[in-house]
Design a protein around this ligand. Structure first.
Ligand code: AMP
Ligand code: ZN
Length: 113
């Protein structure tokens, strides 16, 4: 747990959220400022700052399984969705606790702005 990290507070239930999916290692919840009709965030409960900072290679596979489960709960598997990881300043990362955006419910433009 990293002090003053908002996502650590969500992971430890200090800040309550409505979980979309949860297991021992990950929690998925709705983004506060949705950029699509369905916009969820999937986070590891352990604090990892960015995609450049994880050590355990298996973490990514397990995280993507959590993304799959979240997409199923949100009924996005047929129409599809986009998953995004922003890294640091140029990537547009604002919360420095690794998270996967899961965006769906509309056609997602490519390339992103
Ligand atoms: P990023 O810009 O990739 O770091 O994304 C951080 C995301 O976290 C943004 O889309 C915010 O809207 C979202 N966010 C920040 N605080 C909260 C919160 N307390 N609950 C849900 N989503 C949040
Ligand atoms: Zn954290």
């Amino acid at each position: 747990m990293s002090e003053n990290c908002i996502f650590c507070k969500i992971a430890s239930k200090q800040i309550p959220v409505q979980p979309i999916f949860e297991n021992e290692e990950f929690i998925a919840f709705y983004d506060l400022n949705p950029q699509a009709p369905a916009h969820a965030l999937v986070i590891p409960k352990n604090h990892v700052e960015t995609i450049m900072d994880f050590e355990d290679e298996g973490l990514m596979g397990r995280a993507l399984k959590a993304v799959q489960e979240t997409a199923k709960v949100l009924n996005l598997t047929e129409e599809g969705f986009r998953t995004v990881i922003n890294c640091r300043e140029n990537g547009g990362q604002t919360v420095y606790h690794l998270h996967f955006h899961l965006l769906g419910g509309r056609f997602m433009q490519w390339p992103p702005g």
